[in-house]
Design a protein around this ligand. Structure first.
Ligand SMILES: [Zn+2]
Length: 92
């Protein structure tokens, strides 16, 4: 993202940027005109969310089905592990 220098109108380049908050970013600009070399900051912020992604709701339902599918596998693993550890269990 480039911005025009407020002093001379030459395109200024981004030097660095830092987030002020989750939806606001402060950007440091420097004018590319060597005779001007004006430095200034600008704020870039989220104005309006036009359309929210529907993925989070889908992923929640997927994780629910995954966790439901994982439970039998975990039980199966414990079952095989207990068979292997029969020798370890017998002394106790
Ligand atoms: Zn300038």
């Amino acid at each position: 993202m480039a911005l025009k220098c407020p002093e001379c109108g030459t395109t200024a380049h981004t030097r660095t940027s830092a987030y002020e908050s989750a939806s606001v970013k402060r950007i440091w600009y420097q004018c590319t005109n060597l005779d001007c070399s004006c430095t200034f900051t600008a704020l870039e912020s989220v104005e309006k969310i036009i359309m929210k992604p529907q993925k989070p709701a889908e992923s929640e339902s997927k994780t629910e089905t995954l966790s439901a599918a994982r439970q039998p596998q975990t039980l199966g693993r414990y079952g095989s592990a207990s068979k292997l550890s029969n020798r370890q269990q017998s002394p106790t």
